[in-house]
Design a protein around this ligand. Sequence first.
Ligand SMILES: NC(=O)c1ccc[n+]([C@@H]2O[C@H](COP(=O)([O-])OP(=O)(O)OC[C@H]3O[C@@H](n4cnc5c(N)ncnc54)[C@H](OP(=O)(O)O)[C@@H]3O)[C@@H](O)[C@H]2O)c1
Length: 240
Amino acid sequence: MAGPRNILITGGTSGIGLALVDRLSKRHRVLVTGRKISPALEAMIVQRPDLDFLALDQSQPEKITKTLTSYLEKKKWDQIHNAVLNAGTGFVGDPVHETSDKIAQTIAVNLMANIELSHCLFPYLQKTKGKLTFVGSTARKGAKNFSSYAASKAGLHGFARALKEEWRNKVAVQILHPGPTKTDMHEKAGLKLGMIRHLFASPEAVAHMIENSMGRNRFSTKMTSFQYWGGNHLLGRGLR
Ligand SMILES: NC(=O)c1ccc[n+]([C@@H]2O[C@H](COP(=O)([O-])OP(=O)(O)OC[C@H]3O[C@@H](n4cnc5c(N)ncnc54)[C@H](OP(=O)(O)O)[C@@H]3O)[C@@H](O)[C@H]2O)c1
């Protein structure tokens, strides 16, 4: 499809989501969600009239779909071309120290809210034969000190695979798995990174690979700095 699209991006207040918002809102109408608007996103919204923010806390999955549908109605969006479900959270540390509340929050934000959102978005995406893109993680295959986060992303991968079959010929589904990326997620999760952070991909590089994958027909792709420098960002034409 050529021309401006209606695009929803969750967790677009910082990191990978914000870098993707920056890329896509130059050419498309973008609705961003997150817990609270960030100064960086606010500055972007001032410059771009087709960029908009809705506060949506995914730790309460049962409440978000009503808030989203009411807002879409108010905004007069009855169709969506692309939705990128990117918001995510996690805990880093020995699993025995992870509280039940933190485990529940990780599963709610990374898995349950995305299941609720995808059901709610289906009628909007079906109208355009659009695409739903989940942001997973390479940690889904198992990562020390990230066990419930890894489980939430493995669950998301399984859900995406099932949804792809359910929605076949109606709405395309894909899940993209970034590797370690230079965002604040690790610190928010309780991990202090040292020099190793320099080896991580930048959020801009990952956003570039996400945009290219959104324009291609691959169900699942890994996105690490290795893939980036191997030329992944040169594949695809991005979103027209
Ligand atoms: N960084 C990495 O190494 C890495 C690797 C693989 C996959 N990923 C995935 O990439 C995605 C983006 O992460 P990032 O690295 O860009 O981290 P980030 O900068 O922390 O961004 C995460 C986004 O999700 C939002 N979010 C967190 N909890 C939320 C909640 N309860 N309700 C609504 N929004 C919430 C955050 O908003 P707040 O600012 O309000 O928290 C922020 O906008 C996540 O799904 C993450 O799992 C990251």
